[in-house]
Design a protein around this ligand. Structure first.
Ligand code: AHR
Length: 500
């Protein structure tokens, strides 16, 4: 059993848009309250933002964070979250059946983004509301001053406009669970009309329309076709959402699921391009994969939650080693279509299906999935190369011809580096890998980072936060102008090369 990759600097897929390493903070569970914000915490700053969480977010270098939902946004009045905190209403939050105290809103979130070195990606409510509120929030956020909503922002202490560039036109509007769910025609029309007036207020913004909530929705991909037909000229991106789980306890099949993600991405690209042809348009619609992750561990616990409390623990998946492998493969899937996937949000960032966990009043720690996310965000900047990969394959329950090797390479010309990201999906055997770097001339291997563990179910917890952490003892070695490595069974690998 042996795998081979040929990596050539002329076989390019596209530039990495750094926003594919984005994430998501929703008013849900302990993402905001007890996650990014906990005024009584030992590390909290003057605004109540947890310093330990901020440090971990900065450690990933997250370029964009979607907010405030998610399902939450479809019942949210954004005006509830601005102005003096003591005057803000407490609301019944119907999407997650909690009480929303509105202690954090648009302005505080933008402040947090500045502190986290990230940009906000704001979602507007197209569930219970429509174009009017959508244009008003853009005016409040981005118009300099001299109008009702922009002057109100100034009055609230924010003289400079926030300059929020990216906006989502609602959330998962095809889903029956969504407040104000719509048919594709209803949504396509409201998305187009909202987009039109939002861009009239600020022509520099970019807009993301909702695609299907996942690839198993009965209306996928007809939903995309209809929505694009009705809004093609007004929007810039179409969203994709997808979560996976290992409910059947079949890890070989679980790890193959990124192949489903590959075909999901390819189908959406084909649909966008079909519509481009139909419209005789010069414009290409790009993809925003603005919710993706593993999500299933917490499903049972969530069905027993007492309703109408503030920030109960919800969607608190504890991630294990195999989850980190699939997250690595999902990142590889998006890199492989870097020509069209321009934004993506790991859902979510803190406590709620998240790479960062906190104990209220206590520690913060990194889940297993933190590591592939951090590695790709830090080292995966530059031009994605299309490697020619040959690998032994296996058949899983839902997928055939699954390559044991899942890999991609990124060339950072400015830094003079090539980085190979690779998953060995084999659960019991290591995989010998030869990498042919034919066109790159001389080089040295900087490091071979490996995330591996004998127990696929091993997880990091408050009491054992470092059970699953990467090491740099990978064995990649230079050999005849190429690289030879042995990828440990069920491992995530980052092979970093410095060019001469
Ligand atoms: O990320 C959790 C939820 O998943 C989001 O609120 C929703 O958009 C999706 O169904």
């Amino acid at each position: 059993m042996k795998a081979k990759m040929i990596v050539d600097k002329d076989f390019t897929i596209g530039e990495v848009d750094k926003r594919i390493y984005g994430s998501f903070i929703e008013h849900l569970g302990r993402a905001v309250y007890g996650g990014i914000y906990e005024p009584g915490h030992a590390t909290a700053d003057e605004q109540g933002f947890r310093g330990d969480v901020l440090e971990m977010v900065k450690g990933i270098d997250v370029p964009i964070v979607r907010y405030p939902g998610g399902n939450f946004v479809s019942g949210y009045n954004w005006e509830d979250g601005i102005g003096p905190v003591e005057l803000r209403p407490k609301r019944l939050e119907l999407a997650w059946r909690t009480i929303e105290p509105n202690l954090i809103g648009l302005n505080e979130f933008v402040d947090w983004c500045r502190k986290a070195n990230t940009e906000p990606m704001m979602a507007v409510n197209l569930g219970t509301r429509g174009p009017d509120e959508a244009r008003q929030i853009v005016e409040y956020s981005n118009h300099p001053s001299g109008s009702y909503w922009s002057d109100l922002r100034v009055q609230h202490g924010y003289k400079q406009p926030h300059g929020i560039k990216t906006w989502c036109l609602g959330n998962e509007m095809d889903g029956p669970w969504q407040i104000g769910a719509k048919t594709a025609v209803e949504y396509g029309r409201v998305a187009a009309e909202s987009a039109k007036v939002m861009k009239w207020v600020d022509p520099s913004i970019e807009l993301v329309a909702c695609g299907s909530s996942n690839l198993n929705m009965p209306t996928f991909p007809e939903w995309e076709r209809t929505v694009l037909d009705l809004s093609y000229n007004e929007i810039d991106y179409l969203s994709l959402h997808q979560y996976y789980g290992n409910r059947d306890k079949d890890t070989a099949n679980f790890l193959a699921q990124s192949m489903g993600m590959d075909s999901f991405i390819n189908t959406i690209i084909a649909t966008c391009d079909y519509m481009q042809a139909k419209k005789r348009s010069k414009k290409k619609i790009h993809l925003s994969f603005d919710e993706w992750n593993v999500w299933y561990h917490s499903n049972d616990a969530d069905s027993h939650i007492e309703p109408w409390t503030v920030a109960p623990p919800q969607l608190e998946d504890i991630y294990n080693h195999e989850d980190a492998l699939l997250v690595g493969s999902m990142l590889i899937s998006m890199l492989k279509r870097a020509d069209r996937v321009k934004m993506a949000c790991l859902a979510q960032l803190v406590n709620v299906i998240a790479p960062i966990m906190t104990e209220t009043g206590g520690a913060a720690w990194k889940q297993t999935i933190y590591y592939p996310y951090m590695h790709t965000s830090i080292f995966g900047r530059g031009t994605v190369l299309a490697p020619l990969v040959s690998s032994p394959k296996y058949d899983a329950k839902d997928y055939t011809d699954v390559p044991y090797l899942d890999a991609v390479a990124v060339h950072n010309e400015e830094a003079g580096e090539v980085t190979v990201f690779a998953v060995n999906r084999h659960l019991s055997e290591s995989l010998p890998l030869e990498i042919d770097l034919r066109s790159f001339g001389d080089f040295r291997i900087t490091e071979h980072i490996v995330l591996e563990h004998d127990d696929l179910k091993a997880a990091n917890t408050k009491d054992a936060p470092n059970r699953v952490t990467p090491h740099t003892r990978g064995n990649a070695a230079k050999d005849n102008g190429g690289i030879q490595a042995s990828l440990g069974k069920a491992s995530w690998n980052v092979i970093r090369v410095k060019l001469a």
